[in-house]
Design a protein around this ligand. Structure first.
Ligand SMILES: N[C@@H](CCC(=O)N[C@@H](CS)C(=O)NCC(=O)O)C(=O)O
Length: 235
């Protein structure tokens, strides 16, 4: 099914469906994908309002003056920022007690450190690569290489035999450097073997499958991104 059209400054505020969590998103935004993955993982009934980030509706700016996506509205509660939202969804909707992010303070700390610090550096180098910036290779292999090392003795980022919070928080960028990447269609072969294996495993995960975008569409988006003219409604 095609994603909802991205709303612009021309669109009126869409009435909320009572009782339903609302996600303000942009279909190809990796930060918003973090929220979509967590909502899918926890099976949360929700509605998506896509926002055109080049021509934002005034009502969205007034609602969340930072004016980035993702944002959620849960009854009268509003939260913005992908990690804040992801953790909130995990806390509120893990009724089965099976948390995606460990509740152990140290495990939670090491996971958040990985996502914010180590992966934070890698994100910058991924954008450099996608944007075809000069000398992207050096930073890319240095910082994404650190993630590859992280997976040398583990199947998933927080250990264990199935994806957890760290994997879902990192995936939205890693799917961009795989086959959808607008540069050369493949990960630089053989240089990041653990990450390549992890990407293949992640693609088989039901939550990841529920949120995936076809490689052709993602490729079109990436091409638009590096020419500075990305299109919002591609599907
Ligand atoms: N720190 C924020 C970053 C979100 C973000 O930068 N989203 C981008 C889209 S991928 C955005 O909304 N950009 C619009 C803008 O900066 O005006 C988060 O984790 O949610």
């Amino acid at each position: 099914m095609a994603p909802p059209r991205h709303m612009t400054s021309e669109d009126h505020f869409p009435a909320k469906t009572p009782g339903k969590l609302r996600l303000y998103s942009m279909q190809y935004c990796p930060y918003a994908m973090r929220a979509r993955l967590m909502l899918a993982k926890k099976g949360v009934d929700h509605e998506v309002i896509n926002i055109n980030l080049r021509n934002k509706p005034q009502w969205f700016i007034e609602k969340y003056p930072v004016a980035t996506v993702p944002v959620i509205e849960h009854d009268d509660k509003l939260l913005g920022g992908s990690l804040v939202i992801a953790e909130y969804i995990d806390e509120v909707y893990s009724k089965d007690g099976e948390r995606t992010l460990s509740v152990d303070p140290y495990e939670k700390g090491t996971t958040n450190m990985l996502i914010s610090d180590k992966f934070g550096k890698a994100i910058i180098s991924v954008y450099k690569r996608l944007g075809h910036k000069e000398n992207w290779e050096e930073d890319f292999f240095k910082y994404v290489g650190e993630l590859d090392k992280e997976l040398s003795a583990k199947k998933y980022f927080a250990g264990g035999d199935k994806p957890t919070y760290a994997d879902y928080m990192i995936w939205p960028w890693m799917r961009l450097i795989g086959p959808a990447c607008a540069i050369d269609d493949v990960l630089p072969s053989g240089k990041l073997p653990n990450l390549e294996r992890w990407i293949e495993d992640m693609k088989k995960d039901e939550t990841v499958k529920a949120c995936q975008t076809s490689p052709d569409v993602l490729k079109k988006f990436c091409q638009g991104y590096h020419t500075g003219k990305f299109v919002h409604d591609l599907e």
